[in-house]
Design a protein around this ligand. Sequence first.
Ligand code: MN
Length: 191
Amino acid sequence: MIYVQPELPYAADALVPAISPETIHFHYGKHEKAYIENLNKMVANTEWDDVELEDIIRKADGPLFNNASQAWNHIFYFFSFSPDGGGEPGGELGEAIKRDFGSFEEFKRQFVDAGVKLFGSGWVWLVSDNEGKLKIVQCKNAENPLRDGLTPLLTFDVWEHAYYLDYQNRRADALDALWSVVDWGVVEERY
Ligand code: MN
């Protein structure tokens, strides 16, 4: 199986000012492209060759896990955004956020706080357990909540490559800016 990097559903400059076209170019066009190329090289002519990507993430270790998970995480991340995004989630997800965090504002505060406090590289996730309860989890490096049987709903990338061109050391500002482009329709469908 050959994994193909999907085209983004928006233009490189569509998420300004939250994410610049330069960051899209390097982050999706270079970093993510390399993870997918490495993944394809590693699985070719091995027992992993026709294993679904999410199953590689659940079962593999070491460099194969790292590249598989990073390949998946970045598609999940970039496909959570839209130039028409922002606002608040509705429906069952909106209700569950109020139930489990008290309010949407409090959820956003805890989510950004978890991202800022994650030491080093990684991802902050909103996940659902198999009873629909929502949680915020921090994952270092390429770690992935799929390995813990959780359903990922939303993630913000806190690797420096995700924000350094636009925000330098201001990780909190970089994460706060993303609320203006989150496509809650996509996140609600994942729930
Ligand atoms: Mn990244």
